[in-house]
Design a protein. Structure first.
Length: 137
């Protein structure tokens, strides 16, 4: 895990490694070209249903699409695209205080359909599953 930078809220960084009672995933697709899944962890499912939390998850999925990073720590250190006076870590900390709930990003994945993909280092060892559909008369 990356070192905590001075002034950062350590709670947001360390919460990503703690267990939470509830997890939720937000998805975002930008113009059919970039796809993002972000997993959030929190203490209750009640908060996950709040409009403010749903907006936060949507905004953070958009953040991952707009400014690609490799790790959760890099993401938390990024400047928030919708308000350059905040980092993503500060945004989550503010939302956590406002909602009265521990919130963490546990993991994310970002796909870019236009990114060049390197060929696999070796061919697959197993055949892909195949299904045969029979017409029923």
């Amino acid at each position: 895990m990356a070192a905590v930078r001075p002034g950062a809220r350590q709670s947001t960084l360390t919460l990503g490694l703690m267990s939470h009672a509830h997890r939720t995933i937000e998805s975002y697709v930008h113009n059919g070209r970039i796809g993002v899944l972000v997993e959030f962890a929190l203490d209750t499912d009640f908060t996950a249903r709040l409009p403010e939390f749903k907006q936060l998850t949507r905004d953070l999925a958009l953040q991952v699409a707009a400014a690609p990073v490799s790790t959760v720590e890099e993401l938390l250190a990024q400047t928030y695209v919708k308000d350059e006076t905040l980092t993503v870590d500060e945004l989550i900390s503010n939302a956590s205080r406002h909602l009265g709930e521990r919130i963490a990003i546990t993991r994310f994945v970002r796909w870019d359909a236009e990114a060049k993909q390197s060929p696999p280092s070796e061919p697959p060892r197993e055949l892909a599953a195949a299904a045969r559909v029979r017409k029923i008369a």
